[in-house]
Write a protein that binds this ligand. Structure first.
Ligand SMILES: *Cc1c(COP(=O)(O)O)cnc(C)c1O
Length: 812
């Protein structure tokens, strides 16, 4: 958008005064941020309206991305940037004696997700808008986000995250578009005058779903899509039924808090309530909106695509059936045809404990009509499949099994497309986890490797690198990531290598200052910054990283002249509050940090920094300053990973097992430009399958392993309360479920190769350059265009008005 600095300054002063009735000079940082945010939102609003209207006018097909989690990060700078106003606003604020960066820090970082799954959803929102694809998000407006993490004596403590405390300037409460969602009670079917079976309800809990809409601003293309988050309230006409404040709890709690666990669900009633609440409100509002298109219902799949992000929103399928049959009076077959052509599903995990299953009794009681429909879907499925595939396959793929509703099966049966999120992951789905379904519906399966938005993770997070790229290869890469590969031509250019090394060093100095400020630890910016930031989970193997740090510590103690390049190990990770082992790992890492950081024999050779409260904003600070990206999950366990892509794009070298998208990173950048170690996925299947692995034997026979593990239990590490023993037990006595010890030696060797390469700074930086130049395929813009073409069949809308044309370059 066009705006002069002068106009902006005037707008800002007026905005501030109209909100607070005194001049901006007297405003607090929060107030100044609020005024600026609302002003930017005003600038967005006419495009927001135009986009909405143009979709209806052109009867555009729209995507609805249903996700229990979104992790958007702070939006002030990204919205300003995508509007094309970053420079104007920054200059204008300077004139007023204010700093955009400072005001931006006042924004709460909405933690409405646990990790990768939610962050992917937000990268997709950014790409949908930037590709001018009609796309909407649908989720929950949790009052409290994921807990705020603090360390007390090295232990994780969880505090409430009240992200709405200072208001959320980006959202618009939309009272015109509320829906009613019903829970519980009794349901029966009665024939009405037209001979339709109509459901009758009594004693239901009625909950009002209120939408809060947030603009999703496209990159310099005047498109603004919508993210709709639902909040639960008491229906106005029922308010008098609630006599006490406490009586309202069953309603308020529905959207009170994000479930703090992304890989392991206890069968919790509230969680199921949340899922149905979001799904029912979302589907109702989609079908209501569809009426504006004035088309027959059989055309719904031509105009609507609903995406089910992991199984959490899979109740979309029976909910859509319910509305089409009960309210719109279609036949079962008509409704089914529409539903299954409309829905598509992404699987995100192969961890058995994370595959969602709900007790039938719970589902029946909470959602009686939905359960009736699921039962009917199941019966028809079984009836159809038995003669075709026989008993074994039919029963193993049924939705209802042993007293539970298998949500992945519901999602596969009710969707026309099922995708994994990296090639290896999709292969594992087809060959193992969903093998029987692959036999029945081979045409439904496809891979869509994850991606990230370079706008947030490069342009905004790493302005110096962005400037360097602009200077060397021109600015085209910003709207056409494929251009990044032009940077490869500079690998032998001494000047570019020197400048790239300076950019990295400068970013490391900034992070070092931040570490000093928040952790009080002094680190040397010339040391290798070695980073593992992600949710804490045994399969991700932060404890293997820990064991390696301990190994280095013991080596230095034993042989002070050992030739290690100084290393700063950086962690960021939250553990699910109920995940005891993960919390024990956090405690031991912190205890080892205390040991190492305060030992005068160690000095700068080794530092350990564990940031509190890992989230998007912290990731933005850390990633541009990273030399080594730790992607060390046990092969086959990490579906894709996306932090691996963010690091690569910022010039870190990846230390990885051949898991998830690491394999594709290798395919693009080349094995020689990263550090690969450990078992392959096939080897993991073999070792785990044949029962040959004996961790105790390995511990007893391998002196390196033995020395490190003994340090966990012999008092070397101070201030532990049995956490070291817990790690030891799990690794030795419970046979090391994630094969940490098996991969340990090759992990140590990879770290030695890192030291050796780092000593040759030019060569290191050359490889860093090649990583940046090879990172384009992981742009979420490409991922989204593949979803759009293969799964959703949606096109960029309203070509007449498009500024940035959809890319003609070959797609990755
Ligand atoms: C990218 C990102 C993740 C995903 O990290 P993985 O290492 O791929 O698991 C999680 N949390 C945040 C805040 C992120 O930005």
């Amino acid at each position: 958008m066009k705006l002069s600095v002068k106009e902006f300054v005037k707008d800002f002063k007026n905005q501030f005064q109209s909100m607070y009735a005194y001049p901006y000079e007297e405003g607090s940082t929060e107030q100044l941020y609020n005024a600026l945010g609302l002003l930017i939102k005003n600038y967005v609003s006419s495009n927001w309206k135009d986009t909405r209207e143009s979709y209806i006018k052109q009867s555009a097909k729209q995507v609805y991305y249903f996700s229990m989690e979104f992790l958007p990060g702070r939006q002030l700078k990204s919205n300003t940037y995508n509007l094309g106003l970053l420079e104007t606003v920054s200059k204008g604020l300077d004139q007023l004696g204010l700093s955009l960066d400072e005001l931006a820090e006042a924004e709460a970082d909405p933690a409405l997700g646990n990790g990768g799954l939610g962050r992917l959803a937000s990268c997709f929102m950014d790409s949908l808008a930037s590709m001018a694809i009609p796309g909407n998000g649908n989720g929950i407006r949790y009052q409290y986000g994921l807990f705020r993490q603090k360390f007390v004596d090295g232990y994780q403590v969880e505090l409430p995250e009240n992200w709405l405390r200072y208001r959320n300037v980006w959202e618009t409460r939309n009272d015109k578009s509320t829906c009613m969602v019903r829970f519980g009670g009794n349901v029966w079917l009665e024939e009405n005058e037209q001979g339709h079976l109509e459901p009758k309800y009594e004693n239901t809990l009625n909950v009002l779903a209120v939408p809060y809409d947030t603009p999703m601003v496209g990159y310099k293309n005047e498109r603004v899509n919508n993210l709709r988050l639902w909040s639960a309230e008491i229906p106005v006409e029922e308010e008098s039924n609630y006599l006490t404040i406490d009586a309202t709890d069953p309603i308020k709690e529905i959207t009170e808090a994000l479930y703090p666990d992304d890989s392991n669900y206890e069968g919790r009633l509230l969680r199921l309530k949340q899922e149905y609440f979001m799904v029912s409100a979302g589907v109702q509002s989609i079908l209501r909106h569809y009426r504006k298109y004035n088309m027959p219902r059989k055309n719904i799949p031509d105009k609507v695509a609903i995406h089910i992000n992991d199984t959490h929103p899979a109740l979309v399928i029976p909910e859509m059936m319910r509305i089409l049959i009960d309210e719109e009076h279609l036949s079962w077959d008509q409704a089914w045809e529409i539903t299954f052509k409309t829905c598509s599903y992404t699987n995100h995990t192969i961890l058995r404990e994370a595959l969602e299953k709900w007790p039938i009794d719970m589902m029946k009681e909470l959602l009686p009509r939905i359960y009736m429909i699921i039962e009917e879907i199941n019966n028809r499925y079984v009836e159809h499949m038995l003669p075709l595939y026989g008993e074994r396959i039919t029963w193993q793929t049924a939705i209802l099994q042993n007293g539970v509703v298998n949500m992945a099966h519901l999602a596969v049966i009710g969707s026309h497309s099922v995708n994994g999120v990296a090639q290896l992951h999709t292969d594992i789905l087809m060959n193992d986890v969903l093998k029987d379904f692959f036999e029945i519906y081979p045409e439904r399966f496809n891979n869509k490797t994850n991606g990230i938005t370079q706008r947030r993770w490069m342009h905004l997070a790493n302005p110096d690198l962005t400037q360097l790229l602009d200077d060397k290869i021109g600015k085209a890469w910003k709207s056409n990531p494929a251009e990044l590969k032009v940077f490869k031509g500079y690998e032998k250019d001494k000047q570019t290598i020197k400048e790239l090394a300076e950019v990295k060093l400068n970013n490391k100095k900034k992070l070092a200052a931040h570490i000093e400020k928040v952790k009080g630890i002094t680190v040397d910016p010339n040391a290798i910054f070695d980073v593992q930031i992600k949710r804490l989970h045994a399969y991700k193997r932060q404890h293997m990283n820990l064991l390696h740090i301990l190994h280095r510590y013991l080596e230095i103690k034993q042989n002070p002249s050992v030739d290690y390049v100084p290393r700063v190990f950086i962690f960021g990770a939250k553990a699910a509050p109920s995940y005891v082992y993960a919390k024990q790992i956090i405690k031991v890492i912190n205890a080892v940090g205390d040991l190492v950081n305060n030992d005068p024999d160690i000095g700068n050779k080794l530092k350990v920094v564990f940031f509190e409260n890992y989230g998007v904003s912290l990731a933005e600070k850390i990633i541009p300053a990273t030399d080594v990206s730790e992607q060390i999950s046990l092969a086959s366990m990490e579906a894709s990973g996306t932090s691996n892509m963010k690091f690569m794009a910022n010039g870190a070298l990846t230390l990885a097992t051949l898991d998830g998208a690491n394999i594709e990173i290798r395919d693009y950048v080349g094995e020689e430009n990263m550090f690969i170690f450990g078992l392959t996925s096939d080897e993991v299947y073999e070792v785990r399958g044949n029962g040959s692995y004996n961790a105790r034997e390995l511990y007893q026979s391998n002196s390196t392993v033995k020395r490190v593990l003994d340090a966990l239990i012999n008092g070397t590490i101070l201030n532990l309360e049995g956490e070291g023993d817990a790690l030891f037990d799990s690794l030795v006595n419970y046979n090391d479920e994630y094969l940490v010890l098996k991969d340990f030696e090759s992990y140590i060797q990879a770290h030695e190769a890192i030291d050796a390469l780092y000593k040759d700074q030019k060569e290191w930086t050359r490889k860093s350059l090649l990583n940046i130049a090879s990172s384009a395929p992981f742009s979420a813009d490409y991922t989204i265009s593949r979803y759009a073409e293969d799964i959703w069949k949606v096109k960029p809308c309203c070509p007449g008005k498009l500024k940035v044309q959809p890319r003609n370059e070959p797609m990755y």
